[in-house]
Design a protein around this ligand. Structure first.
Ligand SMILES: Cc1cc2nc3c(=O)[nH]c(=O)nc-3n(C[C@H](O)[C@H](O)[C@H](O)COP(=O)(O)O)c2cc1C
Length: 225
C-alpha cells in the first residue's frame, strides 16, 4: 500500500508523549514537505512558528491556564467550533468525547477531571514541539479561503510527520486562546492564530493513545452520482 494511504490509515491523535524531542532537521523536513500543500492562487497563507523552547511552551501554557482559572472561556481571533451545534455533528462530538472519558474511566459528571484533561492541551500532552499556525488577518477579513488552505496544510504536517515516525495532535483548544499565544510569542500585529499541532513521540503504553474514535461510513458521508 502507498505510504500516503498507510499514513492516512495509521494516523490518530495522540495525547501522551515521551520525553523525547523531535530533532530540528526532522522538523524542517516535515515543514518543508507540508509547504508543498496547494493553496488558492498559491498564496500559501500559513505563517508558522515551530516552538521547542521549553520555557516558551511553559510560558504560553501558564498564560492560558491562568485565563481559564480566572473563568475566561476564550480570547480568540476566530471561532473554531460551531456556535450552534446541530446533528449529526453534535451527536458525533458527544459520542467521541464520551468514548474517550469512558476509556479513561472518567465519570460523565466528573467535571474537575475533565477540565484537568482539557488543560493537558496546554501542557502539550508532554510533547516538546508545538507548531503554531497563523495567517494574516487581511486574509480572513470577510473571506474564508485561507482557512481551507491552512486546514490542508495542517493535514500535510500530520501526514509528513507520520512518515518520519512522529506523532501528532491537532489543537483547536489553542485557537480559543489565540490572542494569548500571539502575545506570548510576540508575533507581528497583523497575524491571527488559527490552530496548533503538537508533535512528538507517542507513549505507546499510555491508555489514552489507544483511543480510536468512530469514523462515519462512506455511505453516510459521500454521495456518488
Ligand atoms: C482542527 C482540529 C482541532 C482539534 N482540537 C483538538 C484539541 O484541542 N485537543 C484535542 O485533544 N484534540 C483535538 N483535535 C483532535 C480531534 O478530537 C480528533 O481529530 C478527532 O477526535 C478524530 O480522532 P483522530 O484524530 O484520532 O482520528 C482536533 C482536531 C482538529 C482537526
Amino acid at each position: 500500500m502507498s505510504s500516503v494511504i498507510n499514513a492516512l490509515n495509521n494516523r490518530s491523535s495522540k495525547r501522551a508523549y515521551l520525553n523525547k524531542p523531535v530533532p530540528r532537521d526532522i522538523q524542517e523536513k516535515i515543514l518543508e514537505a507540508a509547504g508543498k500543500t496547494p493553496s488558492g492562487a498559491n498564496m500559501q497563507p500559513w505563517v508558522t512558528y515551530a516552538v521547542s523552547d521549553p520555557a516558551m511552551l511553559k510560558k504560553i501554557g501558564d498564560a492560558i491556564i491562568e485565563k481559564m482559572d480566572a473563568g475566561i472561556e476564550h480570547d480568540q481571533f476566530i471561532q473554531y467550533y460551531p456556535v450552534k451545534w446541530v446533528n449529526p455533528y453534535k451527536k458525533r462530538r458527544i459520542v467521541t468525547g464520551a468514548g474517550l472519558y469512558k476509556l479513561m474511566g472518567v465519570d460523565r459528571k466528573d467535571n474537575e477531571t475533565r477540565i484537568q484533561m482539557w488543560k493537558d492541551n496546554f501542557r502539550w500532552f508532554g510533547a516538546q514541539t508545538v507548531i503554531f499556525v497563523f495567517t494574516d488577518k487581511a486574509n480572513i477579513d470577510e473571506a474564508q479561503g485561507a482557512f481551507i488552505d491552512c486546514g490542508a496544510y495542517m493535514q500535510s504536517i500530520m501526514l509528513a510527520a507520520q512518515d518520519f515516525g512522529v506523532d501528532s495532535c491537532p489543537q483547536g483548544s489553542t485557537t480559543e486562546f489565540g490572542k494569548v499565544i500571539a502575545k506570548e510569542l510576540e508575533v507581528p500585529e497583523n497575524l491571527a492564530l488559527l490552530y496548533s499541532i503538537v508533535l512528538g513521540y507517542a507513549d505507546k503504553d499510555a491508555k489514552i493513545n489507544t483511543y480510536q474514535p468512530q469514523k462515519v461510513s462512506l455511505q453516510e458521508s459521500v454521495t456518488f452520482i
